[in-house]
Design a protein around this ligand. Structure first.
Ligand code: DGI
Ligand code: FE
Ligand code: FE
Length: 196
């Protein structure tokens, strides 16, 4: 991968995001780096993925949808209904490549799937997904203490727990569930059944 200047990207994120989202971004980057240390993943890639994961989060719904149309990125019905929650990941991955010069496919995939996950995730994808959920500024999710502890021990078990809690939060608040969130949960739950 070509050399990427993390400090430059950090500055660009500070300009692109609002103050709260920027704090969250830094927090995800450093949490992802610490998970990379424990789970033997490339620390620079974890930092970059964390720093860029929400790069599209502060764009308007209209802007996200227009980027998708312009560049032939498909939009599902549920993504169309919830661009800020769901589409920012796909658009963010596109911008990471086109605007911020990332050419590492694993980093781009980690950004693309950081909201829903997907079956058969790479280690970096799992680390970003988990870091986004457990970073120190997060305080709303259920079972955060338990999930934070698990994250430094077993990535797959942590994924299952987060997906389970996310699915139950989405159902109880009557939010539409992306089929990918469900598929990811089923995939890891079934695998866990085989292992344990
Ligand atoms: O961008 P962040 O707020 O840092 O976090 P995120 O990208 O993980 O997720 C944004 C929101 O999307 C979060 O409130 C959880 C929600 N989400 C995750 N899976 C689904 C979902 N929302 C809907 N509607 N459907 C899903 O399947
Ligand atoms: Fe996000
Ligand atoms: Fe995030």
């Amino acid at each position: 991968m070509k050399a990427i200047d993390l400090k430059k990207i950090r500055k660009e994120m500070e300009e692109e995001l609002n103050a709260k989202r920027f704090e969250h971004t830094l927090s995800v980057a450093y949490t992802a780096a610490s998970l990379a240390m424990v789970h033997d993943e490339n620390i620079d890639n974890a930092l970059l993925a964390g720093m860029l994961h929400d790069c599209a989060k502060c764009l308007s719904d209209k802007k996200m949808i227009s980027i998708c149309h312009k560049h032939n990125l498909t939009i599902s019905e549920v993504e169309k209904q919830n661009p800020a929650s769901l589409l920012h990941a796909k658009v963010g991955s596109f911008l990471a490549q086109e605007e911020y010069g990332i050419d590492d496919q694993d980093i781009l995939n980690a950004i693309c799937y950081h909201t829903t996950g997907r079956p058969n995730m790479s280690k970096l994808e799992k680390i970003l997904y988990i870091a986004d959920y457990i970073e120190p500024y997060r305080n709303h999710a259920a079972n955060l203490n338990e999930v934070r502890r698990m994250a430094y021990q077993d990535l797959d078990k942590t994924l299952i727990k987060i997906l389970e809690d996310t699915l139950s939060y989405l159902s109880s608040s009557e939010k539409p569930i992306d089929s990918m969130t469900k598929e990811t949960y089923e995939f890891y739950r079934k695998r866990e059944d085989v292992i344990t």
